[in-house]
Every structure is written in C-alpha cells, then in structure tokens.
Design a protein around this ligand. Structure first.
Ligand code: FES
Ligand SMILES: [Fe+2]
Length: 440
C-alpha cells in the first residue's frame, strides 16, 4: 500500500506553447475577479510577458529634460535590452541599441553623460551619438575596401514623445504612441503638461524581490491598502486618518492604463500659486478644475509605469511632489524600481527643494510609504512560488466593487467609478495583460 497521493501539480514547463496559453485562458478570469497565484512568479508566464509585452509595448525610456544638450545621453533598458537615449549632434533624440554592430559588445556602460562619440571597449569601433559608425581601427588593413561603414550604424529603436516623456518600442509594427496611450493622455497632462517640468537629479534605483505586475496592479487600482499598509503613517499624523484614501474616482482609459484620482483636497491647493497662469494656459478648463481639487493622483501606464502626484504639509506649506517610476522586471519574481522626481521648471528654488524633499520622505527608496508597499509585493510573490499554489489552484480575489455603477458625468475620459476602493481597474488590467500574453 502506498501513502502517496495521486494529486498532480500542473507542469507548465512541460506544456507546449498552445497548451500553456489555453491553461492561462482557463485559469485567469479577470471578469470574475479571480486571478491565480502562479501568474505572479512562474518562469513560463514571465517568458510570455517578456516576448508578448516587453518586446511589443511602448516603454518609457527618459524624460526630455534629462538630455537637454547636444551630446547628453542616458542608458536605459527595454525588455532586458540596453539602449542609449541620446540628444544627437543633429539635435534629434535617438534611441540606439547598446550593442556594437561588430561583434555585440555593450557599447556604453555608463548610466549617463555627454559624449560626441561612443568607442567600443572591445575592438574600438567608433560611433557618433546619432548612431553612425565613423571609425574602425586599421580599417584599410583589416577590411581593404570591403567594409561599408554606412551600413554598420547602431540600430535605431522606434521612439516617440508625449508630454516630454520619451517612449520607445522594440516592435516596428506597434500602433502609434498616440493610439497606445489613448485617453490616458488627458490625465498625463495633469502631471507633465500642466507646466514645463524637469527631472531633478538622477533616478533613484532599488531592487525588490517581487514581480513587476504587483507594482502596476497596486498603482492602477489599490487605494484600499492605504488604510492598513500605511496605517502607521496616519497614526503619526502625517496623513489624515479614517477613510481619507477612499474619496475621489477610479478611472480606466483602455489598453491597460488607468488611475486613481484623490479629490477633493481638504488641505487646499498644493501647487505653486505663482504658476497658476501657466497651469491655466497649458491645461483645458476641465483639467485645471481637477488640478485645483486634486489631493493625489496615481496613474498606471501599462505595462509598468507609475506616475504619482501626492501632497503633504512641509515646513508649514502645502507641497506636492510629482514622480514617475518604472517597475522593471529583472526575473519572474524580481524587479528593479527606478524613480524620477519632477518639478515645475519655473517654480522657485525653495519650492523645488521642498517638493523633492516631499518625494524623498514618502516614495523615495527609503520613503515611509515605499517601505510598506515593497513588503507586500515581496511576500505575495515569494509565497506564490510554492508548487502547492498550482496544485490547489490558489486564486486571489479581485471582486471588490463589482456591484458598483459607473459615473456617467465625470469631466475626464474613461470608465469612471466614484470612490477609489474598487478593484475594477485591476480586473481591466489583468484582462489586457491576459489578452496580450495569449495573443497568437
Ligand atoms: S565588438 Fe565592438 S569593436 Fe568589436
Ligand atoms: Fe502603497
């Protein structure tokens, strides 16, 4: 007699591609609010994400203010691939594959700088900051007349700009950035087009043992956790207690993009009063009315961008911070967070300093909110790795707000719900995610 059960753990790694896709379609049920645990860490799911999402979507690579002068560059990663974003000698922005066209060495290993040329550290091929190959050591001797340098420039990656945000895609056939962003642009304007904005310093970066998806999921939908996860902050008196994080709207604009808009702001206007004319000039009347009442706004641009405006009392003033981060996947169960803080270019130096300080205190690498959130992401991801979750088909509950009706008369675009305690946006996010990774 054997005491061993005949229970089987589904072996995703032994499935064919179409079996895996069918398994995902059968087990992930966004409309029912049922999201299985295994998707948060399984390597086979991650493989599909890399191929079907990160090689296809428009990804944020830089803000224009990071490379204001000719020769300025930053290196960034897209779908595991390093790229160099340059302000070329021709005055144009270039997004160049950071791979030497000779034999594949990573051409630039710096995070940022200013250079006219990039010289490969392997054999010395020399490229302009526009990507053109201009020099080969001993070219005549080693190649004679056989090497055509004009065909050996760095590969240029398709890119486009909205609100000074530079996006790039590794898919030459992707829809336009304009179509990809769609109605989320109305809300991006509040963050990045309300005034001329500039990045302060370099992005902060840190690593988390959690999946990138939990970052986006938390961003697009989860104001509900604030009461508990960030409860200690309320106890310290740094944010209002009670259900303060409920008030406002949850909005989905399509393609996996959405936001939570916290309003009204009982504390009053948290942007520089001296810039009101600039705000009014650059925003529509409806957008400015929202800005006036905004307490906070947290936007997810799929797949992995979070944009956050939040406000607090600092040194007796109402101060808002505006930041952007990416949840960059580094594996099935890990990510690197990069976070940029932006300020109004025409604000006073004092206001800029306080705004940066507000960011550092709250959502910087050591910020009080940040510490709480990353513990949640880590524990959910690490738990989900147990084969027990697959064996028992452990499923998480995303049904909150299914009984709620949409608001029809909100001034901005999208599918809108009153109040932010709702998981409607997560359901929409995972539907979009599932459609992408199961597309044939
Ligand atoms: S790999 Fe770059 S010069 Fe050879
Ligand atoms: Fe949080």
């Amino acid at each position: 007699m054997t005491t061993t059960s005949t229970k089987q753990v589904p072996r995703l790694d032994e499935m064919t591609r179409s079996e895996l896709i069918q398994y995902l379609k059968d087990t992930v049920k966004p409309e029912e609010g049922l999201i299985p645990s295994y998707i948060f860490s399984h390597p086979k799911v991650y493989e599909l994400e890399m191929e079907k999402i990160f090689l296809r979507d428009w990804l944020f690579v830089a803000h224009k203010s990071e490379i204001p002068n000719k020769g300025d560059f930053v290196t960034r990663e897209m779908g595991g691939q390093s790229v160099i974003v340059t302000h070329g000698a021709d005055g144009e922005i270039h997004v160049l594959l950071n791979v030497c066209t000779h034999r594949g060495m990573k051409l630039c290993r710096m995070d940022n700088g200013n250079q006219k040329n990039f010289t490969c550290p392997y054999h010395g091929f020399n490229f302009k900051n526009t990507g053109d190959l201009i020099g080969i050591p001993f070219q005549k001797v080693v190649y004679g007349d056989t090497m055509d340098k004009s065909k050996m420039g760095l590969k240029e990656i398709r890119h486009a700009v909205y609100a000074d945000l530079i996006f790039a895609t590794l898919d030459a056939d992707a829809v336009s950035l304009d179509e990809f962003l769609g109605d989320i642009k109305w809300y991006l304007d509040l963050a990045f087009n309300r005034a001329e904005m500039e990045v302060v310093g370099l992005p902060q970066k840190w690593n988390v043992d959690g999946t990138w998806k939990l970052g986006s999921d938390n961003t697009i939908s989860d104001s509900y956790h604030t009461l508990v996860s960030h409860g200690s902050i309320a106890k310290l008196g740094l944010v209002p207690t009670g259900d303060y994080s409920k008030y406002g709207y949850q909005i989905y604009t399509g393609n996996g993009h959405g936001l939570n808009l916290g309003m009204p702001n009982p504390d009053g206007f948290a942007f520089p009063e001296s810039l009101i004319d600039e705000y009014k000039e650059r925003l529509s009347k409806d957008q400015y009315d929202i800005l006036k009442q905004m307490k906070n706004m947290i936007v997810c641009v799929s797949p992995n961008i979070m944009i956050l405006i939040s406000s607090m009392d600092l040194k007796g003033q109402k101060i808002s911070q505006t930041s952007l981060r990416i949840w960059k996947p580094t594996g099935p169960d890990s990510m690197e967070i990069s976070s940029w803080v932006l300020v109004e270019k025409n604000a006073t130096e004092e206001w800029k300093r306080l705004s940066e300080q507000a960011f550092t205190l709250t959502f910087g690498a050591s910020g009080i909110f940040e510490q709480d959130d990353t513990e949640n992401f880590t524990d959910i991801t690490q738990n989900s790795k147990s084969p027990y979750h697959l064996q028992e088909n452990i499923v998480f509950n995303y049904t909150m707000g299914m009984h709620q009706d949409q608001v029809e008369d909100f001034v901005g675009p999208g599918i809108v719900y009153k109040d932010k305690f709702n998981e409607a946006n997560s359901r929409a996010f995972f539907r979009n995610w599932l459609d992408q990774i199961t597309a044939e």
